[in-house]
Design a protein. Structure first.
Length: 262
């Protein structure tokens, strides 16, 4: 009886649990730092189903080469929104480990760069993703100015909003062989790519090649865009506010209008 009790206690201690739901899981640990993997129920709810002979994940070439774990919709969208507000210690590193497993071998020797936020309460997810990827991480970027919140901006205004919004910190990354091979930007979500393109432009201007972007989720194509359809009805004055922001002018908060965060 004592032996049976001991075996039961040992099983409770050693049995893997899903980092996303906390339930007991038979899932194996990932290749990055032995990171536990999501259970099958969570994979299904986040639409992360993969075939045995395929690594899964998404990839594309526009507006730069990118790799993502899944589409920004459904369960994955809700999880990322919740993690932005209250980041946990396991969920994002777990998803990042899943993303790393989908990457081609040619990328696994590169260093990653988290895209920084300008907000006082910064988005914590890019740094957490970097920690979970199991790749060398460097921090050469900082924001050169504030930008407008982009939720209700179209593609053109997003690009204008982010233009010149980053600069390279001289001591942020050494001219090592690894950095000369190329850097990978990291963000939680890819929508139009305006933020990533502005960050890449700053790095390339400083002489660092950027090989692409890693993210957990890619916003679906415009036909399935999850942003509010009322965005097109926002005041035309938003364009002027974006132009003012890119010129480093002080924009009174009372002028920002509904739905715009400065």
């Amino acid at each position: 009886m004592v032996q049976a009790l001991w075996r039961g206690c040992l099983q409770l201690i050693t049995q893997a649990t899903c980092p996303l739901c906390g339930r007991a899981s038979e899932a194996e640990r990932g290749e990055n730092h032995h990171q536990p993997q999501p259970c099958q129920a969570c994979r299904h709810s986040l639409d992360l189903e993969t075939q045995p002979d395929q690594p899964g994940g998404l990839c594309g070439l526009e507006p730069m080469p990118w790799w993502a774990l899944g589409w920004y919709q459904g369960g994955l969208r809700h999880l990322l929104l919740r993690q932005r507000r209250e980041p946990g210690s396991q969920a994002i590193p777990c998803l990042a480990s899943c993303l790393a497993a989908t990457l081609p071998a040619s990328l696994r020797g590169l260093s990653v760069v988290a895209i920084p936020s300008w907000k006082r309460r910064a988005n914590p997810l890019p740094l957490l993703i970097c920690q979970g990827l199991g790749l060398p991480s460097v921090a050469p970027l900082e924001r050169s100015r504030a930008t407008l919140g982009q939720h209700h901006l179209n593609r053109r205004l997003r690009a204008l909003n982010q233009e010149g919004a980053f600069r390279v910190i001289p001591s942020g990354v050494s001219r090592s062989r690894r950095s000369r091979q190329g850097l990978l930007l990291v963000d939680d979500i890819l929508t139009t790519g305006a933020t990533a393109m502005a960050a890449a432009a700053a790095l390339r201007e400083a002489g660092y090649p950027v090989m692409g972007l890693l993210c957990l989720a890619r916003t679906p194509a415009p036909g399935r865009d999850l942003r509010s359809s009322s965005a097109a009805m926002r005041p035309a004055g938003i364009a002027q506010l974006v132009e003012q922001a890119t010129e480093n002018r002080r924009v009174p908060s009372s002028n920002l209008g509904p739905g715009i965060l400065f």
